[in-house]
Design a protein around this ligand. Structure first.
Ligand code: GRG
Length: 292
């Protein structure tokens, strides 16, 4: 199967699982579920669940067993986007081409929808037990997921990101922020299948892949933001024009940022080289191709 075929099939599977989850909720006008559904079905790239299932393929495992993990990482990601967009954080009005949650449902409901998506993630993750994974491995995975989402993962990355606004930041400091803010969940997505299925010998390769994938993705995200800013507001001046944040292009220039992203792509590819690594390889290539 080609990578494109794998991706199309896997995306349908993920959409099917997400629709199945949302169908279990009682979605009434004015309910928190309405706001949860709005953001979950807003049309994201589903990169984190794709990574879960690409890692499962690398481990020669059936995708269906990892549905709860794929859903859990997308739920956590969606919560983080809703909260990141709030007026107290990045104060963004648009996300994925649609008004942000707080613009549609109000700030209080957006906060609650984020909270509910985060807690739902752990409830859904618990269903890995029904997939026949050993309870001790399920608990190890639970710890890993909570760590990635928590105070030393996404949350610390977000705190450091907010504190770095309008500050001079070194490349090493920027990288440290993104290892947590963006990288922690990508790493968890690829390592969880190994933890659950007992693929311990493959864990270091998947960890290295996740690390380099996260950095490549973030650098490209920065490149796309800077290109967008240049198009809409004139040339970049060292920070993201909208949020006053340092970016890879503002610190090292666009050409060097692109070179860095490609280097991380190559290191990610090297970590998982081999026939079963095709989906992981395709995803990291795709993440970097976005930079043009
Ligand atoms: C805990 C509030 C809180 C935040 C944690 C992850 C995060 C920090 C914030 C998300 C906001 C953000 C713009 C992060 C930088 C890069 C990133 C994760 C972009 C969005 O990911 P994609 O491109 O999104 O996978 P889609 O829309 O495709 O799902």
């Amino acid at each position: 199967m080609s990578f494109d075929e794998w991706k199309t099939r896997t995306e349908s599977l993920i959409d099917h699982w997400i629709e199945g989850l949302v169908a279990k909720w009682s979605v009434r006008p004015g309910s928190v579920e309405e706001a949860m559904r709005y953001s979950l079905l807003a049309g994201g790239k589903r990169l984190r669940p794709l990574l879960v299932l690409a890692a499962a393929a690398y481990l020669n495992q059936e995708p269906e067993r990892f549905a709860p993990v794929a859903l859990a990482v997308e739920l956590i990601h969606t919560y983080s986007l809703i909260h990141d967009d709030l007026p107290a954080m990045d104060d963004d009005d648009w996300r994925r081409g649609q008004p942000t949650s707080h613009k549609v449902f109000g700030e209080a409901m957006a906060i609650l929808a984020g909270d509910a998506l985060l807690t739902e993630a752990f409830s859904v993750y618990a269903e890995t037990l029904d997939q026949g994974f050993e309870p001790a491995r399920v608990v190890s995975g639970l710890h890993l997921l909570a760590y990635a989402a928590g105070r030393d993962g996404l949350i610390r990355g977000q705190v450091e990101d907010l504190q770095a606004e309008h500050q001079a930041v070194t490349l090493a400091e920027l990288e440290a922020i993104h290892r947590r803010k963006t990288g922690a969940l990508f790493r968890a997505a690829v390592v969880l299948p190994a933890v659950l299925s007992g693929g311990i010998e493959a864990k270091p390769a998947l960890e290295a892949y996740g690390e380099h994938f996260g950095l490549a993705f973030q650098i490209v995200d920065d490149i796309l933001n800077v290109i967008g800013d240049q198009k809409t507001m004139g040339k970049a001046t060292g920070t993201d024009q909208v949020h006053g944040k340092a970016t890879y292009p503002s610190l090292v220039g666009l050409a060097e940022a692109k070179r860095l992203a490609e280097a991380h792509r190559d290191q990610a590819a090297q970590a998982i080289a081999g026939p079963r690594g095709e989906p992981l390889l395709g995803l990291v290539r795709l993440a970097v191709e976005r930079a043009g």
